[in-house]
Write a protein that binds this ligand. Structure first.
Ligand code: GLY
Ligand code: MN
Length: 462
């Protein structure tokens, strides 16, 4: 098991530094709700609980149905101690005062006291409807969705974005732990593949590692032989010789910090010639983008670099025809790479996307309506402390490639007969987690190989 103890500072020190930074920007009180879960069918049978990430950032602990108040660097905790029925059904748990001490809170009160502390407070609406209603009642104003904030709530969100964009030592230690568990999970998935009959069996081998570390998956795992379905959440397909298996899955620590990793491997342990050719094109894009991801570089330039390297590779293979720069200009690469090259990573796998593009896009920037740029989730200059993913891919998506308008538009730049020879590739993606540093970057997931031969070896190692 991986150690949880080698963190650089105590939790309460890390939290104090975060709220001092917030206080330097925000002169009014802030209330942040953890949220609660909802029921699957009857009240006691609930969906898994996940605390709100803005709450987690300042509270540090995945508390249930709790609120924190931040003002001038002070932290006040509002939560109820367990009722006798909760103790009976869910067992003992730390009391409010113990939790307050662990967090370094200045005061702690039952939830019923919150009303007296709500005046003039800003907040960020949580996603669960029951808690959002509580927020509206307590603050006496309707909560808009978190991607449409106004006034002091928008000022708060903007300040939080500035803090959460730059990961501190505590966060980085957590993300290293998430990455280490994720690497083990991918190795387990590769090793389980030769014996597996279905995608579900490979998913089980991977998620078993996450569960055994008492962590959770950071998002719904994608473990599929239909890699062209970008967020595929089906696991029933049989594994057939010649398939590529695309696995995009990762762990999230107990405190909520995420990893996000994709690998693609041949289920037999040997890429076909065509699979290997395209794998190496995607890998070249991945490697070049990681090399280029250093402070000061615009993330959109990294995305365009991925497009350029993919276009060059596809021209070399005879799938695209023309000058790579021209092909990128006309979005021909997006026929095969329709998504962005990555996104922010942190407490959320797409960090702070509850706020729409407030975190992902620098002030004044909006999404492009270009086919090859519209799904880019991050458009800011990189800075030390940012964690991002780099995840180029190649896909044959029927809805794109069979679209009559696109076929006409790109008729002369795609060699459709040549493309036919690559029918044994549905989807390839290679994704790593990259921490931007003063000196350049550090790949948090570098221990998981990306080279084709090493991937083959891991699959065969079972
Ligand atoms: N891991 C899934 C995604 O980045 O969208
Ligand atoms: Mn990702």
């Amino acid at each position: 098991m991986l150690s949880q103890t080698d963190r650089p500072a105590s939790l309460s020190d890390a939290l104090r530094r975060r709220r001092q930074k917030l206080a330097a920007q925000i002169p009014f009180p802030v209330l942040l709700w953890s949220g609660q879960t909802s029921s699957r069918n009857f009240p006691a049978n609930t969906y898994p609980y996940r605390a709100n990430s803005h709450f987690l950032y300042f509270a540090g602990l995945p508390l249930y149905n709790a609120v924190i108040r931040l003002e001038s660097g002070r932290l006040e905790l509002f939560m109820d101690d367990p009722t006798p029925a909760e103790l009976l059904w869910h067992g003992d748990r730390p009391r409010r005062d113990q939790i307050a001490e662990t967090m370094g809170a200045d005061a702690a009160y039952p939830i019923s006291r919150l009303k007296g502390f709500a005046a003039g407070a800003a907040t960020i609406p949580v996603l669960d409807a029951a808690t959002r209603l509580q927020q509206s009642h307590l603050l006496d104003r309707m909560m808009t969705p978190a991607n449409q904030l106004q006034d002091m709530d928008l000022a708060l969100a903007t300040a939080i974005v500035e803090l959460r964009l730059v990961q501190d030592d505590w966060a980085i230690a957590e993300m290293r732990r998430a990455a280490a568990i994720t690497i083990q999970a991918h190795q387990a998935g590769m090793a389980a593949t030769p014996q597996a009959k279905t995608e579900a069996e490979i998913r089980a081998a991977m998620e078993q590692v996450v569960i055994a570390h008492n962590t959770t998956c950071a998002y719904n795992s994608i473990v599929t032989v239909q890699g062209e379905v970008l967020h595929n959440d089906h696991y029933h397909h049989a594994i057939q010789p010649g398939d590529l298996l695309l696995a995009d899955m990762a762990a999230e620590t107990e405190m909520g910090w995420a990893s996000d990793v994709t690998r693609t491997w041949p289920v037999t342990g040997k890429f076909s010639g065509t699979q290997r050719d395209l794998y190496d094109v995607v890998l070249a894009a991945h490697d070049r983008c990681i090399q280029a991801a250093v402070p000061g570089v615009e993330y959109q330039q990294i995305h365009l670099l991925a497009c350029q390297v993919l276009a060059e590779g596809l021209v070399d293979l005879g799938i695209l025809q023309g000058q790579p720069a021209d092909l990128v200009e006309m979005d021909a690469h997006a026929l095969f790479f329709p998504h962005g090259v990555g996104h922010l990573l942190g407490l959320d796998v797409h960090d702070m996307e509850d706020l729409g593009d407030l975190a992902g896009y620098a002030a004044g920037r909006t999404r492009s309506d270009r086919f090859g740029l519209g799904y880019l989730r991050l458009n800011r200059p990189l800075q030390p402390g940012m964690a991002v993913t780099i995840e180029p891919g190649f896909y044959q998506v029927p809805a794109i490639l069979n679209d009559a308008d696109r076929r006409e538009k790109y008729r002369s730049v795609v060699n459709w007969e040549r493309l036919e020879q690559f029918q044994d590739i549905r989807g390839i993606r290679i994704e790593d987690d990259v921490l931007i540093t003063e000196a350049g970057n550090e790949v948090l997931t570098t221990e998981l190989p990306t080279e084709a031969a090493a991937i083959e070896q891991l699959v065969k190692s079972s």
